[in-house]
Design a binder for this molecule. Structure first.
Ligand SMILES: [Cu+2]
Length: 316
């Protein structure tokens, strides 16, 4: 009886371990896919809005206008053809139709302008305004970091982490430069997804999910652009100038995100990817502790979050 009970306990604990390991595996959330026609799955409220307003609303509106004009043109060519005995008219103005073709496009532009301006304002001021459409649910940036574009890699410096309760965690000293991982190194590293060649970097940026993160973006040499498609984020990195943007990765969207420099910046422009791990706050804080220690003891960059090692453990 005791033996049966013991084996049940053992089986249950093994299941729990397996479940925890599976839970902590690295999910590649945002990455370009072959033959992908649409946007990546949005991971932030900004991208949700961008897709909702521009891909779902304005794109069909534009398509409808284009089809309408094309059909009108083809129909006119056919219905008023000379062969059917039509003669050109000799009038030059028609007040009613001129009013219609001025007012209707203006109305269409207004319909497009209002959500576009609201979106731009949100994109600029989101964290200080409202998130997820709920007033009174204001969230302020908890993590602030500086991103510097260089020919041809990115330098990340963690500046401040203060959580929603005002509790500060020391992130000073977390500064590193992330380079694209060469293919042989990528394939040799069992913790990583070998298909992410030209997307994976040696060191990852780690940010907490469900948290507003502010990115101050600049460049050290020429123009670059810091872009992460699934976040709806693309900011010019300009030498001598500080731009900023923000991201809030929705809960449930934790994982690895791949972006790239989006400004032609020189001959290795296409080899400066951006790899961001968005992880639950506890995992982010655990990584901060480890990374700080590593960098202070002279490492070039921080090791990957614990999730990557769990993944290896789960695979074995
Ligand atoms: Cu660049």
């Amino acid at each position: 009886m005791v033996r049966i009970f013991k084996s049940i306990v053992l089986a249950l604990s093994l299941l729990t371990v397996a479940a925890t390991a599976a839970q902590a595996q690295v999910t590649v959330q945002g990455v370009p896919v072959e033959y992908g026609l649409s946007f990546q799955e949005p991971a932030t409220p900004i991208m949700e809005r961008a897709v909702g307003q521009f891909n779902v609303f304005i794109l069909p509106l534009m398509a409808a206008v284009t089809v309408f004009v094309l059909v009108l043109l083809l129909w006119t060519c056919w219905a008023f053809r000379e062969r059917a005995g039509h003669q050109p008219g000799n009038f030059t103005h028609n007040t009613r139709i001129e009013i219609i073709w001025t007012v209707v496009p203006i109305l269409i532009l207004v319909v497009m302008f209002v959500p576009a301006m609201r979106f731009l304002y949100y994109n600029e001021n989101g964290p200080d305004m409202l998130i997820n459409g709920e007033r009174g649910n204001d969230k302020h940036a908890e993590l602030v970091m500086q991103v510097t574009g260089n020919q041809w890699n990115w330098t990340y410096e963690y500046l401040l982490y203060r959580d929603e309760n005002g509790v500060e965690t020391d992130v000073s000293g977390i500064e590193f430069t992330a380079n694209m991982l060469p293919q042989d190194a990528l394939l040799a590293d069992t913790r990583r997804d070998g298909s992410l060649y030209k997307g994976e970097t040696d060191y990852h940026v780690v940010i907490p999910s469900n948290t507003v993160v502010r990115f101050n973006v600049t460049a050290s040499d020429v123009l670059h652009a810091f872009a992460m498609p699934a976040f709806g984020m693309k900011v010019d990195a300009i030498p001598g100038h500080m731009n900023n943007t923000w991201a809030l990765v929705n809960p449930g969207k934790e994982g690895l995100y791949i972006g790239q420099c989006s400004e032609i910046c020189g001959d290795r422009h296409s080899f400066m990817p951006i790899a961001i791990d968005a992880l639950p706050k506890e995992e982010f804080l655990a990584w901060v502790g480890t990374a700080k220690g590593e960098l202070e003891s002279g490492a070039i960059g921080p090791s990957l979050p614990a999730r990557y090692d769990n993944q290896v453990a789960a695979a074995n």
